[in-house]
Write a protein that binds this ligand. Sequence first.
Ligand code: COA
Length: 163
Amino acid sequence: MGKIAVYPGSFDPITNGHCDIIRRGLRLFDKVIVAIAVNGTKSPLFTIEERLEMLRESLKDMPGVEVDTFDGLLVDFVVKRQADAILRGLRAVSDFEYEFQMALMNRKLNKKIQTVFLMTGLRWIYISSSIIKEAARFGGDTSDMAPDIVCKRLRQKFGVPEP
Ligand code: COA
């Protein structure tokens, strides 16, 4: 069996930055399971079903990607899916502390699971799901930051007319 990575997150919604990490993750792993955390601490804009639909549509051209959800501990999901590693993206120094803490906690919970970090592409360094939602809420153009399906669903959510 090839190497499998789990790429976890809220994906509320998926951005071009996430897509970049997944695409590059596929050069290291035979399979990347993109997994939405159901019990996240944030109040999401999109339901799990809506996020799954956007993930599937955005990643449909990437063979080797699977989309799933998980509840509970990430390390338990990694074991359940017989994956080898957790894949995470780092955008800036500000991400480091949180990611470092999370990686160490996950290692404490299960020392067999490694976390692999990829630097986010320079183009996407300023992007986050929140900042895209904020721009879209007031009718801003997000077409260079997120997949088409996400931009469309954001316009629908906020009642912004199609361009
Ligand atoms: N490009 C652009 N933006 C990116 C990005 C990239 N490459 N990588 C992350 N982001 C953004 C996201 O859009 C998100 O933005 P937001 O805060 O505006 O929503 C932010 O960075 C971080 O989100 P994400 O990567 O989705 O992680 P998260 O913090 O929402 O999710 C979990 C964290 C779900 C992975 C983590 O809480 C978890 O594993 N939970 C399960 C419970 C558990 O096991 N806990 C113990 C481990 S500590």
